[in-house]
Design a binder for this molecule. Structure first.
Ligand code: C2O
Ligand code: CU
Ligand code: CU
Length: 535
């Protein structure tokens, strides 16, 4: 079964699974009246003071406190309140916003209940029965963060504890996001609602005159499987000792934590900062009136120029900066969808209250990193082990489970090519912490020959990244039956980081590896590099 048929069948499968295994029946999404709730906009996090940043004679930076909490909230007008875990008091949590080079501190406090409300699989590494059920650790996805503040999966802490992390933000303007990363239960914590946006802005972006203020809309999209009582359902396997399932798909799409919301817009240009926060669903965003739109940025910031699209493909963890022009749709209503699932209705006013802004012709140059800059090429496999019955047992990166010694150890400041050989039937969004990278190409090969003889037999020419992917990325689709190559400069900090598949069920079941950025000469490159970033 390929990814496309899998995705098509998956929500039906998820529904039937949940019906079979759980007492509470699944919600029929058609029973909800569509477009009755306004799209919520997550509040902006506010610092409570300033404190010196870590390091000698470091300047004072704003300090925030964000607590992990259990809440009950309505996902739709007609549903009872849903139990969620979140940051602050909402899903998504409060948006952290800063400028390139403006560091900040966040005290992430764990105020969760002691018991988890979703099914933990104690057979997974790091989630054994002797581990506390309720654990959290926060990672800012896409941030160039020192290792001690990166949210290493094993650095989780229990309710009553907190950690203060430092984010220097020496990087270009981009849509980043924060989320839980606790070993072995990450998929459950994020599914419960533990994520929010982290936006970095800079001067290049300012000068483009992009739609701002109320014309710039953060849009966090995820699917969830809801029961008739409005509660989250997390499907389980039929083995009570190993409840893990390889993928989870919902019956309802949530936009900023609401099912089928609407947004009133004026007939002008809007900017949408879009994140796919789903555990496993790939989004194929399109507009029901078949209108085209523009993508201006990707995971790690602005593209060289706007790219016109009919459909935007976003894997879990990926972001898109989109411009939608409503100026020719005055008085109309249409819907943002993924395939045919409705996400959000736009209600375009008859007249604009303010003048629109033009679509910029050019954005930010993205100089191509030449392959000759790479000092090393690493060949990394993506494989899936199946049982005799064909059920997924585990998926591995480079055939190496999490607890094995580090195998990827790039030098700080060096450039490498990472080649992902995907022999599985699924597309896996591969994410590296700390760094940004460029996609070189994808190329179809013969997986059976590779598995039997270890040889790569290419069957087609290499395909360059699509224009909307040809910017700075931190997550890349490694598509089935393809060899995907990225080129990465390991800038920023030396230390221990991770790389993993961003399908959260895969990540929690061994599709994650530690990696080390190794300092060459006692941090020399580091300090030089830091001065250059954002300049
Ligand atoms: Cu969204 Cu380890 O990442
Ligand atoms: Cu990350
Ligand atoms: Cu995967």
């Amino acid at each position: 079964m390929n990814r496309r048929t899998f995705v098509r069948n998956a929500s039906l499968l998820a529904l039937s699974l949940s019906r079979r295994l759980n007492a509470a029946p699944a919600l029929n999404p058609d029973s909800l009246t569509k477009f009755v709730d306004p799209l919520p906009i997550p509040e902006a996090a506010r610092p409570f003071g300033t404190r010196p940043a870590p390091g000698k004679s470091a300047p004072k930076v704003p300090v925030y406190r964000v607590a992990m909490r259990e809440i009950r909230t309505k996902l739709h007008r007609d549903l009872p309140e849903t139990r969620l875990w979140c940051y602050g008091g909402s899903v998504p949590g409060p948006t952290l916003e800063t400028r390139s080079g403006q560091g900040l501190l966040v005290e992430w406090a764990n105020e969760l209940p002691a018991k988890h409300f979703l099914p933990i699989d104690h057979s997974l590494h790091g989630a054994e029965a002797d581990q506390p059920e309720s654990r959290g650790v926060v990672h800012v996805h896409g941030a160039r963060t020192p290792p001690e503040s990166d949210g290493y999966p094993e650095d989780w802490y229990v309710p009553g504890k907190s950690r203060t992390y430092f984010y220097p933000n020496r990087q270009d303007a981009a849509i980043l996001w924060y989320h839980d990363h606790a070993m072995g239960i990450n998929r459950l914590n994020i599914y419960a609602g533990m994520f929010g946006l982290f936006l970095i802005r800079d001067e290049t972006e300012d000068q483009l005159g992009l739609p701002g203020g109320k014309f710039e809309i953060p849009l966090v999209i995820c699917d969830r499987l809801l029961r008739q009582d409005g509660q989250l359902d997390y499907p389980v396997s039929d083995d009570p000792k190993k409840p893990w399932v390889p993928e989870v798909f919902g019956n309802v799409m949530l936009a900023n934590g609401k099912a089928f919301p609407f947004l009133d817009v004026e007939p002008r240009l809007y900017r949408f900062r879009v994140l796919n926060a789903s555990n496993g669903r790939f989004l194929h965003l399109n507009l029901s009136n078949e209108q085209k739109f523009h993508q201006i940025g990707t995971d790690q910031g602005l593209l060289p120029a706007p790219v016109e699209l009919e459909r935007s493909l976003l894997a879990p963890g990926e972001r898109a900066d989109l411009l939608i022009d409503f100026s020719r749709s005055a008085g109309e209503r249409f819907v943002l969808r993924t395939d045919y699932f409705d996400i959000l209705q736009f209600r375009v006013a008859g007249a604009a209250a303010s003048a629109s802004v033009p679509l910029p012709a050019a954005l930010r140059p993205v100089p191509k990193t030449p392959e000759s800059a790479a000092v090393k090429t690493r060949t990394l496999t993506i494989i899936e082990n199946k049982s005799m019955k064909g059920e997924s047992m585990s998926m591995l990166l480079n055939n190496t489970p999490w607890h094995m010694p580090v195998t990827e150890n790039p030098k700080l400041g060096s450039t490498e090519i990472w080649t992902f050989i995907n022999t599985t039937d699924d597309s896996h969004p591969i994410h590296l912490h700390l760094v940004r990278f460029q996609i070189l190409d994808r190329r179809r090969f013969e997986p059976f020959i590779y598995q039997s003889r270890g040889e790569i037999l290419y069957t087609d020419p290499a395909i360059p990244p699509a224009p909307e992917e040809a910017g700075w990325k931190d997550t890349v689709r490694a598509d089935p039956g393809m060899v995907t190559r990225i080129i990465v400069k390991f800038e920023g900090y030396a230390g221990r980081y991770v790389w993993h598949c961003h399908i959260l069920e895969h990540e929690d079941n061994e599709m994650m590896r530690p990696y080390d950025v190794v300092a060459d000469s006692a941090g020399l490159i580091e300090s030089k590099d830091q001065q250059n970033v954002g300049a």
